[in-house]
Each structure stands twice: as structure tokens, then as C-alpha cells.
Design a protein around this ligand. Structure first.
Ligand code: OOG
Ligand code: NI
Length: 426
């Protein structure tokens, strides 16, 4: 039998092969990442694996997908449970600048041993069709009726996922079918796009068009993990691949690596066919898939996170000056001030790696990769200040109800891991 972690590893690897076939720049990103990691390991043999073994880091990816309705989100939860991935955290991107009409969670393993085996995670966003600040009633109605008519995930795929979750794995033949079907639902569809429908949604938000303007879903990026993201950024730029203007998250500085640093290259134009209003088919292109890379550091407690948010607020250009002055400059100090999570084995203290996402960086990733490149459409729109009736409520409760399972609190998971390692709770 192929156990759940084996299914998850195969799924991450199969998605990576698929994405590399379809988005060649991703293959370059993975190659450069592997070179940077190998060089970093050679230069820092004693510390390179403190945030995860090199085999974990080499296989590590996160993906991002976007769906349209609570029912689709429910199916996603069923599908990913078959790979041992559960919803963790709630991200409301409608509060970002500019606002994006989605709420999100990340599906990932929650058990430390499972994370060590393969930490594959998928940032999953759901369109907030009932939010009046984005969609007026007539558009909401047409959008929801379009979305309820489509089926993203075939029944056979969902029943294989349920069986894997119930039995802790699948026999070899079913395992292959499960991974192959699960990968193919996230390929980019070649089906022609209804031009006027897509354009209408794009007036509201490029993300709304990407989700509700087509009858399938797709992975919109897949992200390898790098041990030195500044070096990666420089090497990609030297190869002539234009990255977004900076690395998101904490600055490069002399203190401990915390949370998450990310950077990306903009979505590439890809040929697509369109159905015009007279029924004819024409050629065109869309920019919906991009590449991203990330470096991970120590998980912060709520108080550590509050200080992080405060510094990011005070200096959005995240220069290191303020950090050198105001943030704990060592793991000892982080521990003393109760600002980060650690495990303790036989008296040896190890940092717990941050396994989640940052809403500000996520918003930056959305923003820098919209088809219109931040111009033309109203993702920036007047959404947030239009006032009046806000429409349907989208909060963590509503999300948990939609998927019929608990949305885990990331802090709770880190705290439990620290406690179980025999630490004095801080
Ligand atoms: C998701 C953006 C969030 C990240 O790494 O912060 C994300 C999306 O573009 O759908 O993947
Ligand atoms: Ni991402």
C-alpha cells in the first residue's frame, strides 16, 4: 500500500513535472534554486539544515489555486485530505491594498513528522461572490450560476481521496490513478475562453476573471524553497529573468531568519483561444501563471508576530536599519522574550520552522502578477470604501462551515509542538 505521505510526495513531484513542462521558466527557477542550495550547504554545513533536512527542502514546494464557491472549497478539502493536507489559517485578502475579492487558507500537513516527510502545501483562495463591495447583484447572480454549473473535480477523484483518507493510503494501482487525476485537474485548460465574460469580470478584478471567467481551475504558481533568497534573486536576474522589484517579508539582516521571505517573476503571456460574441474563435493571450521562490525561518509567537507587523508598518520598505535596532538579534533573545517557538530534545534547543504564509506578502504576490500588471482593472478599485451593505459574511467560521471541518490555528499547532518536546511553556 502507498501510505498518505507517499501519496503526498508523489503528488508534489507530479505537479512539479507538469508545471515544468507547461511553464519552462519554472524549470530554470528550480535549477537555480538547487544550485544555490547545494552551494549554501557546502558553505554552511553546520547550520544549513537547522530549518529542515536538505532532502525535505529539496522536495519542498507550495502551490496556489483559486476556486469560486464554498462547494468547490469543500471538494478541495476532500481532495487534499487524501494527501494528508488540512486547512490551516485564515487570510482575508479583501483587506489587502489593493483589495482582492478572495478569502484563503493553506492546506498542509499538521503533524511535525508528516511535515518532515513532505511539507507540500497549497494556498487556496475562494472568490467572495457575495461581497457587495465587488459584485453587484446582477453580476453576482450570473457569476454564481456560471460557477455552480461547472465541475472542477470528477467524482472518481473525490472518492479515491476519501478512500485514501479513510484507509491511510491506497493500493498501488489506485495510488497511481489518484495522483494522475489530481495532477491533471490543475493543468491549464486549452478550452476557449469566452472573451466578453472574461473581460466583464476583469473590470471587477483580474483575480475574479482568473477564477470565474473559465470553467476549470489551475495551479497559478509552484514555489520551491531556497536557503539563500538574496543569492537566488541575483542569479535569476543575471540570467535575464525579471523578478518583481524586491524580496517580500523581513529584510536580509544579521539577526535570526524569521517567518518567510518570498520573491517572484511576473506571469508570462501564454497563448489562449477565445470565443468571440459572434461565436468565432480567435487567438490571444493571458498572463495567469508565474513563478515564486521562498526562504523560511523561525515561527514567531503572537507577540513576536506583533513586533514583526509593527516594524513592517513603520518601514514598508523593510530596510534592515530598524530591525537591527528593534528586533531580537539572536535566538537566545527571541526565546527569552517568548517571541519564537522552539523544540527541546535532550537539552538541545532547535527553532521550529514557519510553515505558513504572510497576508502582506500574499497580497504583494497577487498584485504583482495580475494580468493587467496593476493597471486598468479595478482590483485597486473603490471596493473598500464604497460603503453600504457589505453582502455575505466571509470569516473563518463561514469557511469552516463551507468545508465542514476545522480550520486549524497555526499558533496552536506551533505551541503544541513546542510543548510536546518537553519545553516549559513560554
Ligand atoms: C496566492 C498568493 C499567495 C503566497 O505565497 O503568499 C501565495 C495566489 O496568487 O493565488 O501563494
Ligand atoms: Ni505563493
Amino acid at each position: 500500500m502507498a501510505e498518505i505521505h507517499e501519496l503526498r510526495s508523489r503528488f508534489a513531484a507530479a505537479l512539479s513535472r507538469m508545471y515544468g513542462r507547461e511553464v519552462p521558466a519554472y524549470t530554470t527557477l528550480v535549477d537555480v534554486t538547487e544550485q544555490v542550495n547545494a552551494d549554501y550547504l557546502k558553505a554552511n554545513p553546520d547550520s544549513a539544515e537547522r530549518f529542515g533536512s536538505i532532502s525535505r527542502v529539496t522536495a519542498e514546494r507550495h502551490g496556489a489555486i483559486r476556486v469560486g464557491t464554498p462547494a468547490e472549497m469543500h471538494d478541495v478539502a476532500v481532495l487534499f485530505a487524501g494527501f494528508g493536507m488540512y486547512p490551516v489559517g485564515f487570510y482575508d485578502l479583501r483587506e489587502a491594498t489593493p483589495p482582492v475579492p478572495v478569502v484563503s487558507t493553506a492546506f498542509r500537513p499538521i503533524d511535525p513528522d508528516e511535515l518532515a516527510r513532505n511539507p507540500f502545501r497549497v494556498f487556496t483562495s475562494m472568490l467572495t461572490t457575495g461581497d457587495r463591495r465587488f459584485f453587484e447583484p446582477d453580476l453576482q447572480q450570473r457569476l454564481e450560476s456560471f460557477l455552480t454549473r461547472r465541475r472542477l473535480f470528477p467524482d472518481v477523484l473525490l472518492s479515491l481521496a476519501r478512500r485514501a483518507a479513510d484507509d491511510g493510503g491506497l493500493d498501488e494501482q489506485q495510488a497511481q490513478r489518484f495522483v494522475q487525476l489530481a495532477t491533471s485537474v490543475f493543468e491549464l485548460s486549452g478550452e476557449p475562453v469566452d472573451r466578453s465574460w472574461y473581460r466583464e469580470l476583469e473590470q471587477v478584478s483580474a483575480v475574479a476573471a482568473d477564477i470565474g471567467g473559465v470553467s476549470s481551475t489551475h495551479v497559478n504558481h509552484l514555489t520551491p524553497r531556497v536557503l539563500d533568497i538574496d543569492e537566488l534573486y541575483a542569479r535569476m536576474s543575471a540570467r535575464g529573468i525579471t523578478m518583481i522589484d524586491r524580496i517580500q517579508g523581513p529584510p536580509r539582516w544579521s539577526g535570526p531568519a524569521v517567518l518567510l521571505r518570498q520573491t517572484s517573476f511576473r506571469a508570462l503571456a501564454e497563448a489562449r483561444s477565445f470565443v468571440e460574441s459572434d461565436g468565432s474563435i480567435s487567438d490571444g493571450e493571458l498572463r495567469v501563471r508565474f513563478g515564486e521562490v521562498e526562504a523560511r525561518g523561525i515561527a514567531l509567537t503572537p507577540s513576536g508576530r506583533a513586533l514583526y507587523d509593527e516594524l513592517m508598518e513603520a518601514d514598508p520598505s523593510n530596510s534592515k536599519g530598524l530591525w537591527e535596532k528593534s528586533f531580537p538579534t539572536s535566538e537566545d533573545e527571541l526565546e527569552k522574550r517568548g517571541m519564537a517557538y522552539f523544540t527541546y530534545h535532550d537539552g538541545v534547543r532547535e527553532p521550529i520552522v514557519y510553515e505558513d504564509f504572510l497576508p502582506k506578502s500574499a497580497a504583494g504576490i497577487f498584485r504583482s502578477n495580475l494580468d493587467a500588471g496593476g493597471t486598468g482593472t479595478s482590483d485597486a478599485g473603490d471596493a473598500a470604501d464604497s460603503g453600504g451593505e457589505a453582502g455575505t459574511t466571509y470569516d473563518i467560521r463561514a469557511l469552516a462551515d463551507a468545508i465542514d471541518r476545522e480550520v486549524h490555528d497555526p499558533y496552536e499547532l506551533y505551541r503544541r509542538q513546542q510543548e510536546q518536546s518537553g519545553a516549559n511553556p513560554s
